[in-house]
Design a protein around this ligand. Sequence first.
Ligand code: SAH
Length: 274
Amino acid sequence: MTFDVITIFPGFFSSLLEYGVLKRARAAGQASIRLHDLRDFTNDRHRTVDDRPFGGGPGMVFKPEPVFKAVAAVEAESPGRPSPVILLSPQGRLFTQGLAKELARQDHLTLICGRYEGVDERIAEHVATDEISIGDFVLSGGELPAALIMESVVRLLPGVLGNEESAWQESFTAPEAGPLEFGRALLDFPHYTRPADFRGWRVPEVLLSGNHEEIRRWRRQRALEKTWRRRPDLLAGFPLSEEDREWLGALQRDADVPRRELPAIISSLGEQKL
Ligand code: SAH
């Protein structure tokens, strides 16, 4: 998979490419990341990429010309099927594991990193095919969001993670869904390693029992419980088995939280007869 990143700070990405999954995927030829300095697509002596906003107000805005030129150059280098041109923006579609999986199906993505007050709206409207936000907060530039998206997409590419299983059984990924299917989500179950007793805190006995069925059930229950306590919104879209419903029903009965204080989503689950 190829990523073309358009940025005024190509150097920002150097450490990212030297570690972990991105380093390995690049070395193995599974991912290629091409960095384009937006200033290379300017015509003036000062290599100007920004200008003052029409209508007044503080800050500077990315001019359209350099960005349009940069995207055209990227597209000329990668002829073939049109591929997504993503503008990083706090106003975009919220990035999730599901969206990462959707993007991992592409063989080419172009990422445009904004700066300052943002970019001329015509970039969003006429050259970007998508706008993606990494969360409801504002950063100073699209470089961290682009890095984050590349990291989460590359680790989903077939063969990139040593053990293919490990991408499947994580938070936000239903184990029964293949690595490229939409994640219907549960949070991950807790993990433990040696020592079995650390400062008196013992690893749950069941994990030492060697009883695989018991371990499977324990993990499923912990994942359901964590999700129920921390991210009940995720349960709404999750296909619960009969056993899951029984367990959640028991949790709900034992909960010390008065029912009326439970998030609305749990109440609606309750109505479905847990
Ligand atoms: N004035 C803009 C924010 C500009 S922040 C607004 O309020 O919407 C400058 C740049 O940082 C943006 O153009 C975008 O590329 C990047 N950025 C900031 N926060 C982001 C977020 N949550 N997700 C993705 N990109 C973000």
